[in-house]
Design a protein around this ligand. Structure first.
Ligand SMILES: [Zn+2]
Length: 197
């Protein structure tokens, strides 16, 4: 223990994934001894992000405003909606740069064992959107885990009367794969080689 304030900083840094006691101590010492202005900027960025970033009303990804930049972008294709599990998946698909449609973030996948049922995801809002908007294709880009497959199947059943075309990303993705961990090339191919459900 150096000082109570130092210990508290270390404790808070440990909230980050993969950061244990030693790494947190090293980070804290680094900021204090060499990077004070950057440390203050980091604290301000964290404060602002934690208070100001909200859920986009349309796609349920993260947003600074009620509607996120992707949903607001008039150049995106309104007729294709890509359903993903998390905001991290939106980032993964965006990094492929091949997709120009819009997104819908479910907020996870169905997992009855963990107590995550349809009501816990944004499925009702998704169906509402399909009824309201001229969406021609729904791409189900949930993971290829058992839960991701189950979720895709559930949504395709719930959505089939409200949209003409429902596709699933190609199974070239390794089974058990979470989208955000795929390399861009694999994900690009999986999107291009999607198939009808
Ligand atoms: Zn949005």
């Amino acid at each position: 223990m150096l000082t109570p304030k130092f210990d508290n900083l270390v404790k808070q840094l440990r909230v980050l994934p993969g950061v244990g006691q030693k790494t947190a101590q090293r980070m804290a010492l680094h900021l204090l001894s060499q990077k004070r202005p950057q440390g203050i900027a980091l604290a301000q960025a964290l404060d602002m992000a934690m208070h100001d970033i909200i859920e986009c009303q349309q796609c349920h990804s993260f947003s600074d405003d009620k509607v996120c930049p992707i949903c607001q972008d008039p150049r995106r294709d309104d007729s294709i909606l890509c359903v993903v599990e998390t905001a991290a998946d939106v980032m993964a698909v965006e990094q492929t740069a091949g997709f120009r449609g819009r997104y819908f973030v479910l907020g996870g996948h169905l997992s009855p064992l963990d107590g995550i049922n349809a009501d816990d995801l944004h499925i009702e809002q998704l169906i509402y959107r399909l009824k309201q908007e001229p969406i021609e294709e729904l791409i189900l880009a949930t993971g290829t885990t058992v839960e991701g497959q189950t979720t895709a199947h559930f949504i395709s059943e719930a959505a089939k009367n409200h949209v003409n075309k429902i596709t699933r990303i190609a199974q070239g993705i390794p089974m058990g794969g979470e989208l955000e961990y795929l390399d861009s090339m694999t994900l690009t191919q999986a999107l291009q080689n999607r198939s009808f459900l």
